[in-house]
Write a protein that binds this ligand. Structure first.
Ligand SMILES: *Cc1c(COP(=O)(O)O)cnc(C)c1O
Length: 393
């Protein structure tokens, strides 16, 4: 019950045990086409280029940024937590000129502040996180794509922590590239990064490509003729591989593709609305239970992610001892925190397969028992009662 990775859905684990196929086997390419179709509704998009990057969620982030930006490009990063910082780290290695618009941890960045920063910075790309698990906040994204388009910028969104649990509306947001991972609310293992790419972003990426006759296909150069970018994460080449051209790039990770496909099938079988409602109910119940215990929930209620809840470690309680006791007595893992929140909050997830009423209730009772044995006094049984009452509210 941490902020990911979490338990995988049993159907996903079973799918992964199927035998391997070669990357050009017609059965395999058929599954690839299915994956493209399955992930469009999950991303809330009509984008043709909706597929997988082989690697953890960070591979999707890096593929997007290294394919969208070149050294010297101005990029505006919307930064409200640890993962915003990761975007600046990756962009720094690319050699982009990075500007940030920030919110303190526990808050999100107002749209007006982003608009003002876009006007000031004139970026080629705006990059943001949707839900930053480090702070448990979800950045509102409606209207951001319009601001970017009006300024001639492309919009990148890292939705790793929210995809499968909160609505991803790539087209309505006007996002050009959105990426995710399986190990949070999609209920799979880490190791595959779903991605969707708008036509405008695909055109931008293909135009950057500098192919000289007979020379390597990944020969992308900057204005001075210096070869740049990444081979493995070259989205132009990866699109060629996922297209009917099937130009060889890497060997598609067969078992991870089975996993990603099954994650999507489970999700669409449940229904998007039902899926988001289940995560919202779990978040509401968790929050109500923690408050009934007398604990303080972290961050701004209006922008809280539904699938991970931060809670202040009470005065005088050793957070790590409680986490260890939860694991040893109950086999339940909850998350610690990073940076300024380290030792100050726990992060308790209810993601994907774990966003279930009984798991929320078991987690609350276990936490109550462990806090009690640490000498923290709290009203007995109130958390579970409040959580049950709130689940259906
Ligand atoms: C968990 C998380 C990631 C993780 O990336 P991995 O490479 O799969 O570890 C990236 N971005 C966000 C917002 C996350 O919450």
């Amino acid at each position: 019950m941490g902020p990911g990775p979490v338990n995988a859905h049993p159907r996903v684990l079973r799918a992964m045990s199927a035998d391997l196929l070669g990357q050009f086997d017609p059965e395999m390419t058929g599954y690839m086409n299915q994956v493209m179709a399955l992930y469009r509704p999950i991303f809330g998009t009509q984008n043709q280029w909706t597929m997988l990057i082989d690697g953890t969620a960070r591979a999707g982030i890096e593929a997007a940024l290294v394919s969208l930006t070149a050294p010297g490009d101005r990029v505006l990063v919307v930064n409200f937590g640890r993962f915003g910082l990761l975007l600046t780290e990756i962009l720094g290695r690319i050699g982009a000129v990075i500007e940030t618009v920030e919110a303190p941890w526990g808050e999100t960045v107002p749209l007006e502040a982003i608009a003002e920063a876009i006007a000031r910075v004139q970026p080629k790309v705006v990059a943001t996180i949707h839900g930053d698990t480090s702070t448990t906040m979800a950045q509102p994204l409606d209207g951001l794509g319009d601001l970017c388009r009006a300024a001639g910028a492309l919009l990148y969104v890292d939705a790793t922590a929210t995809i499968g649990g909160m609505e991803i509306a790539s087209d309505r947001w006007g996002a050009d590239i959105v990426t995710g991972g399986l190990q949070k609310c999609l209920g799979g293992p880490s190791g595959s990064a779903p991605i969707t790419i708008s036509d405008a972003a695909a055109a931008h990426i293909s135009a950057r490509r500098h192919v000289e006759r007979g020379i390597r296909r990944d020969d992308i150069r900057d204005g001075n003729g210096v070869r740049i970018g990444s081979n493995y994460f070259d989205l132009a080449m990866i699109m060629d591989y996922w297209s009917e051209k099937r130009l060889n790039h890497h060997t598609e990770a067969t078992s991870m593709l089975y996993a990603a496909r099954e994650c999507a099938r489970v999700m669409l079988g449940e229904g998007l609305a039902a899926r988001y409602a289940r995560h919202a109910a779990a978040g509401r119940a968790m929050t109500a239970g923690l408050r009934a215990m007398g604990l303080t929930v972290y961050g701004d209620d209006r922008y809280r992610m539904t699938n991970v809840t931060g809670v202040l470690i009470p005065e005088g309680v050793d957070g790590e001892r409680v986490r260890t006791a939860m694991r040893e007595h109950f086999e339940i893992e909850i998350g610690s925190a990073f940076g300024p929140l380290q030792g100050r909050i726990w992060r308790i997830g209810a993601m994907g397969y774990n966003a279930a009423k009984h798991k929320v209730l078991l987690t609350l009772s276990a936490l109550e028992a462990c806090l009690r044995s640490e000498g923290f006094s709290l009203p007995a049984g109130e958390a579970v009662t409040a959580a049950i009452a709130t689940w259906d509210a």
